[in-house]
Design a protein around this ligand. Structure first.
Ligand code: ATP
Ligand code: MG
Length: 409
C-alpha cells in the first residue's frame, strides 16, 4: 500500500473529547474515528487490525468445532419477553417502529435469538452437541462510555453458543473453550498479561470465568494469586477470598479489562423457549447451553493500552495492520525494494511521500508497524532496519532484508 493513497492522515493532537489513551492514539494514527460517545468508525488501517484479530479468533473457534453464522441485530420484543430480559437487561436499547408501533431490541447478546433458532434443528440426543458462533456488531446502552474502544455503545463481539445433552459434556467443552481462549490471547500478544478470573455464575452455576488483561485502563478490580496466575473478581471476593486453585490467601488487588467471558448457562435460556431433546429412551430433557464471548474491538483497545510508548502504538506482529513500514527519505527511492518485498508476499506500507524525514519517522512511530525499513542517501544502497519495539538499528542489504522479512508460512 502506498502511504500517499491512504484514506486517512495522522494528526499531531488527539481529539479534545478523547480521554482514553487507546482512543487518543488510535484516532491520531487514523485507525478509528469517534462519531459520538461509545461509537467509532473503523478506518482502513483499523479494520486491518480488526480483521487480523477476527482471523485468530475464528481459527480458534473453528478449532473447537464452532460453526460460523450471522444472527440479526434487530430482534422482536417477544423473544426478550420470553426470558424476562425485556425488563431486566440494564443496557438494552429498545425502540418502537413509527409505522407498525411494533417494539424492537438492538441485540446486545444473542441467547434470545439462538435458543429458539436451535429449537428448529435440535430434536434428539443425536443432534447434540452443537456449537455456533458469530463475529458481529453488538449494541448496548452503556451508562458510561469514556474508555475508548474498551467500552462502546456499539462494539464488535465474538459470541459462541454450545448445546449439550448433559453436564459432563458441557463441562468438558467448557474446559476446551478455556484452552482456546488462552490461545487467542497468547496469539494476539497479551497472553502473559491476561489471567483467568473467577466471577459470578448467576442463577445456575457457582462461577463463570473471565479473561482479565491486567492494564491500568481496565474497569474491573480483581484479586490475583501471583503463583497460579488465577484471579477472583471483586464482585465475588467476599464468598471466594482465597485462590480457587491453591487456596492461598495473599491475593493482590489489581486492575483488569475483561477481554473474554465464558459462562455455563445450563437451562436458563433453553427452558423459556422449550429447547428440548429426546434421550435414548424417548424421555424429553432441556438442552444445556454454554456461552462464550470475546470483545474483538475491546481487544484492539486493550492491545494499544498494553503496547505503546510516548511516541505511539507498538503493534504485536500478529495483529499489525502491515508487517513492514518501508520509508524513503531525503530524495532516495525505495520503489524497487517495494516491488521486491511485495513479490515475497510481505505486507508493506510504503511511505513514498515527499515530506521531511522528521515528519515521516514521527508518523512511523505513531502508526506502530513492527518493522521499519529506511532507505536514504545516507544508507548508500543499504537499508536501515529497526523493530518498533527496539532501539537497535541494523544496516542490511536487499537480500538480507528479503530473507529476514519473508513470511515464514
Ligand atoms: P463488562 O463486564 O465489561 O460490562 P459484560 O460482562 O457485560 O462486560 P459480556 O456480555 O460477557 O460482557 O460480553 C462478552 C465480551 O464482550 C466481554 O468480555 C467484553 O470483552 C466485551 N464487551 C462487553 N461489553 C462491551 C462494551 N460495552 N464495549 C466493548 N466490548 C464489550
Ligand atoms: Mg462481565
Amino acid at each position: 500500500m502506498l502511504q500517499s493513497k491512504l484514506f486517512t492522515k495522522t494528526s499531531r493532537n488527539a481529539p479534545k473529547d478523547e480521554e482514553a489513551l487507546n482512543a487518543q492514539l488510535l484516532s491520531r494514527a487514523g485507525f478509528v474515528q469517534k462519531l459520538m460517545a461509545g461509537v467509532y468508525s473503523f478506518l482502513p488501517l483499523g479494520l486491518r487490525v480488526i480483521r487480523k484479530i477476527e482471523a485468530i479468533v475464528r481459527e480458534e473457534m473453528v478449532g473447537i468445532g464452532g460453526e460460523e453464522l450471522s444472527l440479526p441485530v434487530l430482534h422482536p420484543r417477544k423473544n426478550w419477553l420470553e426470558t424476562g430480559r425485556w425488563e431486566t437487561y440494564d443496557t438494552l436499547f429498545r425502540f418502537t417502529s413509527h409505522y407498525s408501533k411494533n417494539e424492537y431490541v438492538l441485540g446486545p447478546t444473542h441467547e434470545e435469538v439462538i435458543a429458539p433458532l436451535a429449537k428448529q434443528f435440535i430434536f434428539s440426543y443425536q443432534d447434540l452437541p452443537r456449537y455456533a458462533f458469530q463475529i458481529q456488531t453488538k449494541l448496548r446502552d452503556e451508562k458510561r462510555a469514556k474508555s475508548g474502544l474498551l467500552r462502546g455503545r456499539e462494539f464488535l463481539m465474538k459470541d459462541l453458543y454450545s448445546f449439550h445433552k448433559d453436564e459432563a459434556d458441557l463441562d468438558a467443552y467448557y474446559e476446551k473453550a478455556k484452552g482456546a481462549y488462552a490461545r487467542v490471547f497468547e496469539r494476539v500478544g497479551i497472553g502473559k498479561d491476561t489471567v483467568l478470573t473467577f466471577a459470578s455464575g448467576g442463577t445456575f452455576s457457582k462461577y463463570s470465568h473471565e479473561f482479565q488483561t491486567l492494564i491500568p485502563a481496565g474497569e474491573d478490580t480483581v484479586y490475583l494469586c501471583e503463583a497460579c496466575c488465577v484471579a477472583v473478581n471483586k464482585e465475588i471476593i467476599a464468598e471466594q477470598p482465597a485462590c480457587p486453585s491453591c487456596n492461598a490467601k495473599n491475593l493482590k488487588e489489581r486492575v483488569g479489562a475483561e477481554v473474554g467471558n465464558i459462562f455455563k448457562l445450563k437451562t436458563k435460556y433453553s427452558t423459556p423457549f422449550g429447547l428440548q431433546y429426546k434421550d435414548e429412551k424417548g424421555a424429553m430433557h432441556d438442552v444445556l447451553m454454554g456461552c462464550y464471548g470475546i470483545g474483538i474491538s475491546r481487544l484492539m483497545g486493550v492491545i494499544v493500552e498494553r503496547f505503546h510508548d510516548e511516541r505511539g502504538i507498538i503493534w504485536p506482529e500478529s495483529v499489525a495492520p502491515f508487517r513492514v513500514h518501508l520509508i524513503e527519505l531525503n530524495g532516495a527511492s525505495a520503489a524497487g525494494l517495494y516491488v521486491a518485498l511485495q513479490k515475497e508476499g510481505v505486507d508493506i506500507l510504503y511511505d513514498e511521500t515527499a515530506r521531511s524525514a522528521g515528519e515521516k519517522l514521527t508518523d512511523a512511530d505513531l502508526l506502530g508497524i513492527p518493522w521499519r525499513a529506511v532507505v536514504s542517501p545516507k544508507t548508500k544502497g543499504k537499508i536501515e532496519l529497526k523493530a518498533r519495539n527496539s532501539d537497535e538499528v541494523r544496516l542490511v542489504d536487499e537480500k538480507e532484508l528479503l530473507s529476514l522479512l519473508k513470511p515464514t508460512t
